[in-house]
Ligand binder design. Structure first.
Ligand SMILES: Nc1ncnc2c1ncn2[C@@H]1O[C@H](COP(=O)(O)OP(=O)(O)OP(=O)(O)O)[C@@H](O)[C@H]1O
Ligand SMILES: [Mg+2]
Length: 140
């Protein structure tokens, strides 16, 4: 599915609606350049999942976990792989446990850097910067 958004708000809205398709246990692999809207999309996911906290980029901590409340989904795990060049560190801290948790949604920014640890059921979401404030969001 492809979407063109014209503002950060619209990107948030796409993500907030996309959440309705999730069942729990999904790993969302976000790929796109700096400023292409990956964090904006994650904020929309959080809103749709009923997360009360403010989402900030986990660049320095690798991973942040939030309490979610939507049907059986009770956790949103936000990973930023910008500083990594493989999934080894994530593997070491035990992300596999989140990947296999049916009550958890995991979202990975810069997921192309840690392709070695993508689970088979990963959902790839690509972000492209277009002219103006437009972004193309391609959910595979
Ligand atoms: N259509 C749009 N969708 C999303 N963000 C937009 C859009 N138009 C403009 N913006 C702006 O682009 C920026 C997107 O930033 P965001 O942090 O979401 O990107 P990112 O992909 O997470 O970048 P990084 O790789 O640095 O983590 C914000 O400043 C936002 O206001
Ligand atoms: Mg970001």
């Amino acid at each position: 599915m492809k979407y063109i958004t014209k503002s950060e708000r619209e990107t948030l809205n796409v993500a907030e609606k996309f959440v309705q398709r999730l069942k729990g246990g999904e790993v969302l692999c976000l790929i796109g350049d700096l400023g292409s809207g990956k964090t904006a999309f994650t904020k929309g996911l959080a809103k749709g999942l009923g997360v009360k906290n403010i989402i900030t980029s986990p660049t320095f901590v690798l991973l942040k976990s939030y309490t979610a409340k939507l049907k059986n989904i009770n956790k949103l795990v936000h990973i930023d792989a910008y500083r990594l060049d493989s999934g080894a560190e994530l593997d070491y801290i035990g992300v596999e446990e989140y990947f296999s948790d049916k009550n958890c949604i995991t979202v990975i920014e810069w997921a192309d850097r840690v392709k070695d640890i993508w689970p088979v059921n990963a959902i790839e979401i690509k972000f492209k910067v277009l002219k103006g404030n437009k972004r193309e969001i391609h959910i595979k």
